[in-house]
Structure formats: structure tokens, C-alpha cells
Design a protein around this ligand. Sequence first.
Ligand code: AMP
Ligand code: GLY
Length: 466
Amino acid sequence: MSGEGEKVGVLVISYGSRAAAMIDALCRSEDYNVRLFVADKQRNPFNVAHAEKHVVIPDLDVEKICKFVEANKNAIDFGICGPEKPIIAGVRDLIERKTGVPMICPTKQYAIEESKVAQRYLIEKCCPEANPRFKVFHCTDYKTVTDVKKAVWSFLDEMGDEVAVKPDKPTAGKGVGVWGDHFTSREQLFEHFWSIFESGSDVLVEEKVEGEESSFQAFCDGKRISALPDTRDYKRAFDNDMGPNTGGMGSYMDKEDWLPFVTKRDREEEEKLVQRIFNELRGNGENEGLRGIPFYVAFMHTGEGSKILEINSRPGDPEIMNVMPVLKDDFVDVCFRMIEGTLSRVECEKKATVVTYAVPMDYGDYRKSYSGDRSVDLSGVHALKEIYGDNLRVYPGSMELREDGSTYALGSRVVCTVGIGETIEEAREISLDGIRSIDGALWNRGDIAAPHYIERSIRKMKELRG
Ligand code: AMP
Ligand code: GLY
């Protein structure tokens, strides 16, 4: 599918469907003929099919990734990293130092996802109005459990118990406990708090903010941020936002840059807030260390403006899968411009997109255990391409290609379908038709981007704003 133009070697560090979406965009380049070098968590069938060289590094250890790059450095023009773990471990610093291959992702210093506490201090400095009230509990500050409990109780008195409890580290959405959702008594809250504290991590306790969530993502060349359309992620495992938090069960994006439950002005507000954080980190001129997607910001839209729930320094999964298929710009060109420092904006087609994930039976505790067959056959969903053409994309994630050509589900989000349409409803129908056509013991949320869900978000924002 790749173009006939100049040959370009690209390293992709892959974890989950996010990398498949980026690889798809790279391979659709009309101006470049892309040679792919993939460092993967497992033999992802999509990645294997597209890669010139594919290596499995199950722990995504940065030294091992760097060795793969060193062995192929004459053929690789640049690299791009999807998952947070190698970014936080300094994959860019190491590869650039040892091989000279430029990397698209923040340096270790600017992987601000690493600490939720440091983010709160940064936001406090640049845009305090977007920060929920918070308190940091350092695990080395207290001598006894009674001391900690007393301090926590005192903050709960101040907050009226309505708080979120977070470990001071990336959690992929899973380590966060929210009052009223995950616990309804102080003892239950403390149990969660203590499980984090005991593991040696500081704990962030912050005001629970009420509202509707959206995800903001932007590419960055170190000089400017090029914002992408907002998306809505579905964090909870089950329909109607029940069950445990997950990495994200699906997401939607509208034709405009903003979502149906907010206004254009809200979106402009978001951009201004992120710009202030960027200005702070960029300093006066430019800062190459911020190249990539340094700010994937989870916003909560409340009655009192937009609050920042967290900042990640990488593309969102599933959120980037809403965007990559509708990028108007050639993605290889976008990457070169990020490296050169000449990326001022990126354009997307005015389309709605819906991502739905299919996950294993025991994901999110849907079943307590599952011991049956794990084979997954994607031929049914691929056959739908005859009907939907490019408006349906299928991106395997936690899925493995075996030597005999068969494919199997692993433990996390297995495969997603992206529907692309003129309206959110049209995109959703395509995404769901795709999911229904996958043969395997998997399940999915049925209400991603459902009209009743979106209407409820719109109603809630109206109520909150009075
Ligand atoms: P995080 O990993 O910080 O994005 O948190 C995961 C999920 O927990 C978010 O998507 C929200 O649904 C919820 N959450 C996190 N922080 C808060 C907060 N301060 N108030 C209300 N809900 C929150
Ligand atoms: N969608 C949640 C995440 O990428 O962290």
C-alpha cells in the first residue's frame, strides 16, 4: 500500500492497537515507500504483516530495543514510540545517544506522565484554575498507620469525603479509586490508599470533580503544539459506566474538533490551558525534548470550567485510533516535520469515528476466569471491507500470530474496529458491525457512542452549568 516515492525506514515501538493504527497511517503514505522495523510486545498479526523486520521484546526493555535499532541503524530514518513504559525509561535519550536515529516521543525528562504528583505541581503553577484541590501523602513521612489515617481523615473532612485516590505513577487508568464509585466508606477508601502506600508509592488524594470527560491530544515539534480533535474515552469495563476502570473500552470523535456535550469555546479553553503548560516547559524558545505527543490531557468538564484529571506523554489508546485513520496530512511527512521543527498544524478529514474494543472473557472481571479456547478469527471482519472499504479499520492489539498462521487472544484488549462516517451514529454502526463479525470468545461494550449515552452527557453538562 505504501507509495512509490523515496524509501524511508521507520522504527515503531509497539504495545497494543495504537501501534497498528500508526503503522497503518505510515504505510498509507503516498509520497514515501515505508520500510518498517517493529519492536513489539508480541507477534501482533497486523504488525508482522507490514514489517520488513519484526522483533519481539516482551518487556519492551529499552536496552534491547536500542540493540535492535543499532543492528539496523543504516536503514532507519526515525523511530516512533506508542507505549509509556519505554518513554519513561528514556528510550529516546538512549537511542539518539547510541545510534543518532531521531525519535518521536518526549525525552525522559519530559515524560511528565511518570509522576501524577509532579503534574499537579506543574498545573498549579501554570493554570491553577484547572487543578482540583489535592494533597500528597509521602510514604516516608509517617511512622504509624494511625498517623497516616489521621492525616487522611483530616483531608477527607476538608473535602467532605468526595475524593479520588491515585498512586504517584502511571496507572493506565486502573489504579485510581473514586469516592462513590469504588468506595463508599472511609475504611474502604483507606484500604485502597494503604494498598498503594504499602507498595512504597506516594499517594495523591484529590477533590472528586463532577462532569463529563474528554481527551485532548496534540503533536508537538518542540516549538508549537498541533492539536488534534477531542475524543471521548470509555474507561469503565461495562455498559452504563459500571465495573472497574480499564485502559479504555472504546472512544468516539465528532466531525468538529470538539465533542457534542461541550462548546467550541470549551475546546478553545482547553487549547489555551495546554498552551500555558507547553509554554512553561518550552521556556522562551523551543524545546526538542517535547517532540511527539507530550500532552495527551484528560479533561473533566464541570460546572466550574475544565479541570485536568491527568497528563500523559504519549498517544492515547484507544483515542489515537480515532484520529490516525482520518489524518489528511501524510503521516510520514508529519513525522519529518516534527523532527525538523516545522510542524505548525495537522489537518483531519471532517468525519466522525468510533472505536470499539473486543476483550477477553476475563478482562475487567467480566468472567472470574476463562479457561476455554482463545483463538480469534478476523476473516469475517476483514470480509466486511467489501462493504465499508476504508471506512472500517481493524487493529489487533493484545493478539498473537502463531507459527501456523492462526491468531490468539492474549490477556488485554484484543482487537478494535474503527468505524468512520459522516455522523457518529453511522461510524458506530460500522464499528459494531465489525466487532460482531469477529469470531472468538470475546466481549465488548455495546454503548460506546450510543445516542442515549451522548444525550445523557449533553443533559448532564446542561444541569452542571445551570
Ligand atoms: P486517571 O488515570 O487519573 O485518568 O483516572 C482514571 C479515571 O478516574 C478518570 O478517567 C476519571 O473517570 C476518574 N478520575 C480521576 N481523577 C478524578 C477526579 N479528580 N475526580 C473525578 N474522577 C476522577
Ligand atoms: N485511554 C487511556 C489511556 O490511553 O491512558
